[in-house]
Design a protein around this ligand. Structure first.
Ligand code: AMP
Ligand code: ZN
Length: 664
């Protein structure tokens, strides 16, 4: 077969699999096979650049960087929507419409997705342009980033018009959002506030490879253009679906306003089961001819209206504001409330985020406040009931000094959070850092829990993690709940941690922004703590995926004399502060570009050894099965849900011995 034909066939095939997986949620190929085909295509495209195609599936992985997003005009204006909040509002709207059009009117009801609006332009079935809403007349060209979103078709199927715009919403499902936040919290970054802002922020990231990593989705709801040969909104949804777009099938055709109200009633509670955030329903007059008759006001179409769900909200009294100090020194103000029920749970506390938030809402102790629960885990205070404010109420003064160690707080230019800079003397920071050091993914010190750390620090027995290695049995026996056996366990656990490999020690040190992945990268690159310590800013940022923020944080860590001492002590105690010669010799890249999920109990190797084998051979280990998984290594007693999921995704499931064959 000639090369171009082969390339075209591969593109065609990968496109189909993308569609099955991301639009239909119904994959028909294993991830491994998919990745192999994608790799083949990437190689061919690199070899034959003359066959470049702007809609090739290889563009999904991103890589192109946009420094400035170009402003472009929308060919058709992107209007806003009028809002309604009650049955009466909707009946009024219906009455207004009935005055302007004759005959029966039907309506499409669609969920109002809460994300970032986007307008996509297609020509001859290919995605030409993706532009944000902006002010409705013009927006930012974010095409490079949008191309990485797998549910956005780069090439359409079927009987599509030669040129049209299609509009929709870019959303970030809760699952992906929560996972992104877990990772951020882990490395001491502030979590993202909500999926909507994170979705719209993602569109403006400069590095499209970063966008490709985020599990964004694009849900479409309207097609615009000349000579479309479409008669109704409902048909428009159907057609868009048939060309390959992701159009949620929650849309419903209602023949009367009563049916519209039924739809709203149903989703008012059902919406909490959806994978992403919705804040209402959009009702549209179905007949496009009617739509034309009705036209637009200065701001919004007359033929559509948004119905906003009432957020789950209650009011309660704010009893006090307390301030928590995290392991990185970040201060978080917390509102302590009169306990109250909200969306099925009792709420006693709410996060106030930071000083700006308190000032913006003018929240004061003694106020009656409104608390709301959205997609986030922690409820938030959205407003103060000023009519109930006590006369002697005082404006809240944000603390100026650390509640734990009384050090004056600092707030860096451009940062929302205040920090306690007393890195070496502030109890919660000291305790938090040691707790991180002993945690499972770090030094994994068995027999030691977070409470024990607090007892040891408060009892004056340790000040930092290097002190752990000097603890004696006599010192720890008097601690609460410490028996002979548990003391032995603890000491054995500490001793065993000296075998933990360098990359995990580096993670355990708790350098801000150095999470597991970054630690691995740095360990691999520098090979020893001394090399890392000697690295300059320039050096560091030249390492793949290390940015200025991380680099500065590493430098700051080693500028602190106390840290240098601690590291030296660790070294003297025998903690691994360089990659072992053995390990250096062992490493291969046999499993390069492959991702493994490991589950169950194994015979000849432990689970951790198996994971280490994967990484030493250049593979990646992931904790959950997804489209990215290449192999599931199945041991004894593997969870049935993992197996089912793997089977659904058509993943290659291999045994321990099959795996070992791969790396031998
Ligand atoms: P607003 O931002 O309140 O003016 O509401 C208009 C926005 O709602 C549009 O720009 C869309 O981004 C968004 N939207 C979400 N879902 C839909 C839908 N099903 N139909 C129309 N607009 C929607
Ligand atoms: Zn402090």
């Amino acid at each position: 077969m000639d090369i171009l034909q082969h390339i075209t066939a591969l593109r065609e095939e990968l496109r189909k699999h993308n569609y099955n997986y991301y639009v239909l949620d119904n994959p028909t190929i294993s991830d491994y096979d998919f990745d192999m085909k994608l790799k083949e295509l990437q190689e061919l495209e690199a070899k034959y650049p003359e066959y470049y195609d702007s809609s090739s599936p290889t563009l999904r992985v991103g890589g192109a960087v946009t420094k400035n997003f170009e402003t472009v005009a929308h060919e058709y204006r992107m209007y806003s929507l009028d809002n309604s909040y009650s049955k009466e509002d909707l009946l009024d709207w219906e009455a207004r419409i009935k005055k302007l059009v004759d005959g029966d009117i039907s309506y499409t009801c669609e969920l109002k997705y809460d994300g970032a609006s986007i307008s996509l332009t297609y020509e001859d079935g290919k995605l030409q342009k993706a532009v944000t809403r902006g002010d409705g007349f013009q927006g930012d060209d974010v095409t490079t980033n949008i191309k990485t979103i797998k549910s956005v078709p780069l090439q359409l199927n079927g009987d599509y018009p030669p040129k049209f715009d299609i509009r929709g919403e870019i959303v970030l499902p809760f699952e992906g959002f929560n996972k992104m936040n877990e990772e951020r919290i882990e490395i001491g970054e502030e979590p993202y506030r909500n999926p909507r802002n994170t979705a719209s922020g993602s569109l403006k990231l400069q590095d499209s490879a970063e966008v490709a990593k985020r599990p964004l989705e694009c849900l479409l709801y309207t097609v615009i253009g000349p000579n479309l040969d479409i008669a109704t909104q409902y048909e428009c949804l159907d057609k868009a679906r048939s060309w390959g777009f992701k159009v949620p099938n929650t849309a419903h055709l209602a023949n009367s306003i009563e049916e519209v109200l039924e739809f709203i009633g149903y989703w008012d509670t059902k919406r909490f089961e959806l994978p992403y955030e919705t804040d209402g329903v959009v009702i549209k007059v179905n007949d496009l001819y009617h739509q034309e008759e009705l036209g637009y006001t200065a701001k919004a179409p007359r033929w559509a209206i948004a119905y906003k769900f009432k957020a789950e909200q209650v009011s309660t009294r704010l009893n006090s504001i307390t301030y928590q100090v995290g392991r990185t020194g970040a201060i978080t103000p917390v509102a302590n409330l009169d306990p109250v029920e909200l969306a099925g749970t009792i709420v006693k506390r709410a996060s106030l985020h930071n000083a700006d938030q308190i000032e913006k809402l003018d929240i004061r102790v003694g106020d009656e406040v409104f608390v709301e629960k959205g997609g986030e885990i922690i409820p938030k205070i959205i407003a103060v009931d000023l009519s109930k404010r006590p006369i002697d109420s005082q404006a809240t003064q944000y603390i100026t000094h650390c509640p734990e160690c009384d050090t004056e707080l600092v707030r860096q230019e451009g940062e929302a959070q205040h920090y306690c800079p007393n890195y070496n003397g502030c109890k919660p920071q000291i305790i938090g850092r040691i707790q991180h050091y002993i945690s499972r993914k770090a030094m994994d010190i068995e027999g030691m829990g977070g409470e024990t750390v607090a007892l040891l620090v408060n009892g004056g027995l340790i000040d930092n993690y290097s002190d752990l290695y000097e603890l004696t049995k006599e010192q720890i026996l008097p601690l609460e709940r410490m028996a002979d056996k548990s003391a032995d366990n603890l000491l054995n656990g500490i001793e065993a941690s000296k075998q933990i490999p360098f990359e995990r020690v580096l993670y355990a040190l708790g350098i801000r922004y150095v999470g597991e992945t970054v630690a691995k990268k740095l360990a691999k690159h520098y090979k020893s703590i001394d090399n890392l310590k000697a690295a300059s800013l320039e050096d560091l940022v030249n390492v793949d995926e290390i940015g200025v923020k991380i680099a500065e944080s590493v430098l700051a860590f080693f500028e602190d004399g106390a840290n240098i001492n601690i590291v030296e002590r660790l070294k003297n105690f025998g903690v691994q502060l360089e990659i072992s010669a053995e390990k250096l010799a062992e490493q291969t890249d046999k499993l390069k570009n492959l991702t493994f999920v490991v589950s169950g109990v194994f015979e000849t190797v432990s689970r951790d050894e198996l994971k280490k084998l994967i990484e030493d051979n250049g593979g990646k280990v992931s904790s959950s099965i997804s489209s990215k998984t290449s192999y599931l290594v199945a041991g004894d007693k593997m969870g049935p849900s993992k197996r089912t999921k793997a089977e659904q995704l058509n993943l290659a499931i291999i045994s321990e011995s099959e795996f070992l064959q791969m790396v031998m």
